[in-house]
Design a protein around this ligand. Structure first.
Ligand SMILES: C[S@@+](CC[C@H](N)C(=O)[O-])C[C@H]1O[C@@H](n2cnc3c(N)ncnc32)[C@H](O)[C@@H]1O
Length: 338
């Protein structure tokens, strides 16, 4: 127990006793209880402020939890046995990417609630979280039909589809435009849904320096006429077939290097959200994407051409690129672009 924490406990005890006697004095035990809750809340907030680091997520000096420790904590936090750990082993694939956030007053959004097991996992894993929201939809979900349910002052469930742009806009309004540090898409797993949601959320919902994780990309490989999940058919899947999420996101490797390709405006994602990406990591059955911190990237972006160009290869680079760009069809059939 830290000295700071012990001090907070002492202050809380004094506050509790003095509030209680003040409450008796005024004859209102009810008001006293409210006062105690308010004081306890204020102290918890103050304690969180002292125990969290405030530096940007990409600054390695705030990594007071190592990637290996983060992976272990992820597994331990899974008290309700969500299949994230027991079946998918996602603690291994993206646990390390969450290391910078474990002590932070994090804001997290997860698409796909089902029976709420993973939402409990996040509450355990991020003890200093300030807001955890889930998007639930369809059969088996713990979410009722109302647009929003407040479970506590920092745990919220929204009901609607991840491919309903009006619903997503309504959430943004509800959170007053306040962005999330972490977004996890564990919803329908339909490749075009995953893409639609990424294109809709990456800019407006994700903090600079934040991380966006897409789980269950196995569906991009399910090349069979009968392939389906959660009652939706899966179209255009198959390795090398340009029409699924994995093939589409492979192209981001090139748009990240658009400076070297001499085409600074090259983008394959709606709203140019690939221009906002700093890293894209493919792992087993998931993709992990980090968002740039503009100030950190300003200079690096401008240096691409002069630093990384090989003059003798200029013409062939341009030729290869133009051929590649004109022969590629990156659209996903069934993608609603409204
Ligand atoms: C894999 S489960 C989520 C599991 C949960 N995250 C956990 O780890 O405990 C996926 C959920 O997404 C829901 N879903 C299906 N279609 C959806 C859609 N269009 N938008 C949002 N969620 C959807 C399913 O009904 C299901 O409840």
């Amino acid at each position: 127990m830290t000295t700071q924490f012990k001090r907070d406990i002492c202050i809380l005890c004094i506050a509790v006793f003095s509030s209680f006697f003040m409450g008796l004095w005024s004859g209102s035990v009810l008001r006293t209880e409210q006062r105690i809750h308010a004081l306890a809340h204020a102290l918890r907030t103050e304690h969180a402020r002292h125990t969290t680091c405030t530096c940007a997520a990409q600054n390695s000096s705030c990594l007071n939890v190592s990637p290996a420790q983060a992976e272990k904590r992820f597994a331990r936090a899974n008290i309700d046995e969500s299949d994230k750990v027991t079946y998918h082993n996602y603690h291994v694939m993206y646990g390390p990417a969450l290391a910078p956030y474990l002590q932070k007053p994090v804001r997290l959004l997860e698409i796909g609630v089902e029976d709420g097991k993973s939402l409990k996992l996040w509450q355990q894993l991020f003890p200093n979280h300030v807001f955890i929201a889930g998007i639930g939809y369809g059969a088996g979900t713990a979410v009722h039909t109302a647009f929003k349910r407040d479970l506590t002052d920092k745990h919220v469930l929204y009901t609607g589809s991840q491919v309903d742009s009006n619903f997503l806009a309504r959430i943004l309004k509800d959170v007053r435009g306040k962005k999330f540090d972490i977004i996890i898409d564990d919803g329908s797993h339909i490749p075009w849904h995953q893409l639609f949601t990424l294109e809709h959320l990456f800019d407006k919902f994700l903090e600079d320096g934040g991380v966006y994780i897409i789980e269950d990309i196995e569906t991009s490989y399910w090349d069979a006429p009968s392939a389906s999940i959660f009652g939706y058919p899966i179209a255009n899947a198959g390795v090398g077939k340009q029409g699924n999420l994995v093939e589409k996101l492979k192209g981001v490797a090139d748009t990240l290097n658009r400076g070297v390709l001499l085409d600074p405006s090259f983008s394959i994602l709606r709203g140019n959200v690939d221009h906002l990406m700093s890293h894209i990591t493919f792992s087993q059955n998931c993709v992990i994407i980090h968002k740039k911190i503009p100030d950190v990237w300003k200079e690096a972006e401008h240096n691409t051409v002069q630093n990384y160009h090989f003059p003798a290869a200029m013409d062939s680079t341009r030729q290869d690129y133009l051929q590649y760009k004109s022969s590629s069809n990156w659209e996903i059939n069934g993608m609603i672009r409204t």
